[in-house]
Design a protein around this ligand. Sequence first.
Ligand code: 13P
Length: 251
Amino acid sequence: MARRTIFAGNWKMYTVRGEALALARGILEGLKSPIPHEVVLFTPAVHLFEVAALCAGGPVAVGAQNMYFEREGAFTGEISPAMVKDSGARWVLIGHSERRHVFHETDEDVNKKLRAALQAGLLPMVCVGELLDEREAEKSEDVVRVQVERAFEGLTGGEAASVVIAYEPVWAIGTGKVATPEIAQSMHGHIRAVVEKLFGGDVAGAMPILYGGSVKPDNIAGLFAMEDIDGALVGGASLKASSFLEIARVR
Ligand code: 13P
């Protein structure tokens, strides 16, 4: 079944203003030769307005890397779903492994954020993935199943249909140790089966599932060739327009 394919850059806590704008301009320039995939840039929150304005009307969508689930209130340092929307961003990343492991976000937070994003009309990209010791203990499939089940708790099939999942094994993030296409495919197939059990074959079959973790120009082709890998969420290699474009041009 033909699914949407998406290549996303997660800039994490990199780029000051001038660098962010130059990077976005470089990517827009490169996409003057169109590609058959959607492109999303998850920029630092302070750059959202400007990068979204720069990208408006073009082939690149913009997203926030995080947001809080409350509508508004005394939550110093947080940004709300409405603020993300108002910036011109259409997407939001939810439950990235660094949010889970550095900032101690729980599955319950992820679920609340996912609901808040959908309610605000944002497009959520939910991240899941196991730790190295969980993989070594052969618990990866259970860990990821529980992350998916808890993230989607209480959602209708209609809501689930507008969610994208990114599988990012924590041991592959920023380590240069990319999952083999076979390992990634096996987990993507598992994730799709979990979604099918929750919401049925139509929702599961149409849901883009992206791989993330040390994706580079020289390893994307093998990953993207796999049946259930519908694109990539790229960290380090998304900070240079040339390497991000090379990845996103895969066919
Ligand atoms: P790297 O591509 O730097 O491993 O980061 C992956 C990631 O966390 C994207 O969200």
